[in-house]
Design a binder for this molecule. Structure first.
Ligand code: S3P
Length: 438
């Protein structure tokens, strides 16, 4: 069902406390890696979003019993995992579902086909097909894209140097490697991408190891039986970043965000906001299910300045870049974002789509081959006027970035197809309404 969101012109200040929604990456992994324990586990704070529900339905097709106790708590019983599915496994819009499950299913002695929606069917899958094929997998594709047809073969451990820092590639190979006895599979990447798979495999008792070698980041694994254990999902820093950035740019805002995952492979957004002069303070830190978590306070930040975002920090904030581009339009001076060419391969071509949509508001933003150049507020024709319509391109992060641009615009704006926000952030509008009532 298509639904649009409307912003009414300058938002009231955001005030109050919110527990941020559960983490999407960790929720996917809680089911996928949890199923490898072949036992019964309770998963608390699971994200019931469209993407994670795609993973959940597929695991049911593969023989897992999954029952919700309440909105965000479920029991996963993986005793019968994994049976040959009766029909295709539909991954919807979710790259994490398709790439991680391909790694896992390539080792399971069954035949299956993974399909996706129109956006996922355009995304590159060669990045996992090639290394998995080197391991001995048989994966047929539509010229490197979905649908992916997996056939029964026996896999061997390999050492693989990934040309890109991608947690989905790394996780696919580690999941495959986790099923191969004795010999270790090792994946190297040029920068450290999010390490939730490694942390969770370790949580369930895997023999995973992580190390540095020749300036590369390595992870290695072989089969060990995993021990079923109850798990709690951390809050999603990527969802929180929309609230953080909105509070920094909406006059007189002052909010506290609770339970945010603070895994250092995800906290690039905090480093960048601090470098841009945002008023952001860490209130407390804790650990839950082998992941760091904490509370953060963010206030309206009138003295934002431009910055350069490049290199090793990119994988630590890859999903936040659309919102960072918006933040940069409200800063003094130039912001340059580079080394982020993989943005073209996300749910939409985020370099083209962010540029196109922010320009509608009057932003001075230029697309480059691997990022953006954004001239800050002095180079714009004044405040965002609004009176515009944003398109989402099947991409939740474009939808939410457009909404925040609407909140700092003088006149109403319409964000079309806002249902896409549900991919990662169900309840987004309700949270903004609550915070703007104070
Ligand atoms: C994810 C990894 C990242 C990220 C995506 C979720 C994951 O993708 O952009 O939203 O859960 O592993 P890449 O691995 O393609 O960089």
């Amino acid at each position: 069902m298509c639904k649009s969101a409307i912003t009414k012109g300058f938002s009231a200040p955001l005030k109050g406390e919110i527990t941020v929604p559960p983490d999407k990456s960790v929720s996917h992994r809680s089911l996928i890696i949890g199923s490898l324990t072949k036992g019964k586990i309770r998963i608390s704070n699971f994200l019931k979003s469209a993407d994670c529900l795609a993973t959940l339905e597929i695991l049911r097709q593969l023989g897992c019993e999954i029952n919700f106790l309440d909105e965000n708590t479920l029991i996963l019983n993986a005793k019968n995992a994994y049976i040959t599915p009766k029909k295709d496994l539909y991954c919807g819009n979710s790259g994490t579902t398709m790439r991680l499950l391909t790694g896992l299913l390539a080792t399971q002695n069954l035949e299956c086909t993974l399909t996706g929606d129109i956006s996922l069917s355009k995304r590159p899958m060669k990045r996992i097909i090639e290394p998995l094929t080197k391991m001995g997998a048989s994966i047929k594709s539509n010229e490197g894209k979905a649908p992916l047809v997996i056939q029964q073969t026996k896999l061997n451990a390999i050492e693989y140097i990934s040309p890109i820092a991608s947690a989905q590639v790394k996780s696919a190979l580690l999941l495959a490697g986790s099923q191969i006895p004795e010999k270790r599979t090792t994946v190297f990447e040029p920068h450290l991408s999010r390490n939730h798979s490694e942390k969770m495999l370790e949580f369930f008792g895997s023999n995973i190891q992580t190390f540095n070698k020749d300036k590369l980041f390595g992870s290695s694994i072989s089969y060990t039986p995993l021990i079923p254990k109850d798990l709690t999902v951390i809050g999603d820093i990527s969802s929180a970043s929309f609230l953080m950035i909105a509070a920094a740019v909406i006059k007189n805002s002052d909010i506290i965000l609770k339970g945010i995952g603070l895994n250092p492979t995800r906290t690039g957004i905090i480093d960048v906001m601090k470098a841009m002069n945002a008023d952001i303070e860490l209130l407390s830190k804790d650990k839950i299910s082998n992941e760091e978590i904490g509370d953060i306070r963010i206030k309206y930040s009138p003295d934002l300045k431009g910055t350069t975002v490049e290199g090793a920090i990119i994988p630590r904030l890859i999903d936040e870049i659309p919102a960072i581009a918006l933040l940069a339009t409200q800063a003094e001076g130039k912001t340059v974002i580079k080394d982020a060419g993989d943005l073209k391969n996300k749910e939409s071509d985020r370099i083209a789509c962010v540029t196109r949509e922010l320009r509608k508001f009057g932003a001075n933003i230029e697309a480059t081959d691997d990022g953006f150049i954004i001239e800050g507020k002095n180079a714009q024709k004044g405040l965002f006027e609004g009176n515009t319509e944003v398109e989402c391109y099947h991409d939740h992060r474009i939808a939410m970035t457009g909404y925040i641009a609407g909140l700092i615009s003088k006149n109403p704006c319409k964000i079309n197809d806002f249902q896409w926000a549900e991919t990662s952030f169900p309840g987004f509008l309700g949270i903004f309404e609550k915070l703007s009532r104070g």
